[in-house]
Write a protein that binds this ligand. Structure first.
Ligand code: AMP
Length: 193
C-alpha cells in the first residue's frame, strides 16, 4: 500500500497516518518529522532548514525530494508507505512521479483531508496544549504567526498539488471535519474501494 495524505496544517494528517501505519504495517514518511530530526541532529540539511521551518515557510524542493528519495529506498518502505506532508508543491509532485516511475512503483491512493480553514488554528492550539500537558516539546512553528505563513504557503504552493492529482482523476477527498474515528473509517472506505 502506497499512499499520499494531503491537507493543510492541522487537518489531521499526522493522526490519521499513525492509524494507517498500525493497520497496514507500513511506515509514515513525514517530511516534517524527517526535517525536525535533521534540525535536532544538527546535520547540514537541518542547519539549512531550521530558520525556514521556524518561520513557517517551505524548505527547498531539492532538499525535500532528496530526503524522500533516500527514505523510500529504505528496507521498511519496501512493502509500502504513507507520505505525510509531501508533496507540497507541484514540482515535488512531478519529482515524485519521476522517482516512482524510475523505481517502477505505483501509488494506490491520494487522499485529501478537506477541512474548514477556520477550525485549523484552534486545532493547532489544542495540539500545543496537549503537548505541554504530556510534558513534550512544542514545535517552534506551532504559534499564530508561523501558522499564518504555513497556511499561506498551503494556499499558494500546496493547494495546486490537489488540482494536479484531481486533473489526473486520482484524487479522493475525505471530510476531515468529522471525528478522528469517522475520518479513519472514511479513509478505510477509500482504501478498500
Ligand atoms: P509539517 O510537520 O508537515 O507541518 O512540516 C513542518 C515544516 O517542515 C513545514 O512548515 C516546512 O517548513 C517543512 N516541510 C515539511 N515538508 C515539506 C515539504 N514537502 N516541502 C517543503 N517544506 C516542508
Amino acid at each position: 500500500m502506497r499512499l499520499i495524505l494531503l491537507g493543510p496544517p492541522g487537518a489531521g494528517k499526522g493522526t490519521q497516518s499513525k492509524r494507517i501505519m498500525d493497520k497496514y504495517q507500513i511506515p509514515q514518511l513525514s517530511t516534517g518529522d524527517m526535517l525536525r530530526a535533521a534540525v535536532q541532529a544538527r546535520t547540514a540539511i537541518g542547519l539549512q532548514a531550521k530558520a525556514v521551518m521556524d518561520a513557517g515557510a517551505l524548505v527547498s524542493d531539492e532538499i525535500v525530494v532528496g530526503i524522500v528519495g533516500e527514505r523510500i529506498d529504505a528496507e521498511d518502505a519496501k512493502r509500502g508507505f504513507i507520505l505525510d506532508g509531501f508533496p507540497r508543491t507541484v514540482a515535488q509532485a512531478e519529482a515524485l512521479d519521476a522517482m516512482l516511475a524510475n523505481k517502477k512503483l505505483q501509488l494506490d491512493a491520494i487522499i485529501e483531508l478537506k477541512v474548514d480553514e477556520k477550525a485549523l488554528l484552534s486545532r493547532i492550539e489544542k495540539r500545543v496544549e496537549e503537548t505541554l500537558a504530556a510534558g513534550g516539546q512544542v514545535r517552534a512553528d506551532d504559534n499564530a504567526e508561523s501558522f499564518k505563513i504555513r497556511l499561506d504557503a498551503y494556499r499558494v504552493q500546496t493547494a495546486p498539488v490537489s488540482d494536479y492529482y484531481a486533473k489526473r482523476g486520482v484524487l479522493k477527498q475525505v471530510n476531515g471535519m468529522m471525528s478522528p474515528e469517522a475520518v479513519t473509517a472514511a479513509i478505510d472506505g477509500v482504501l478498500a474501494a
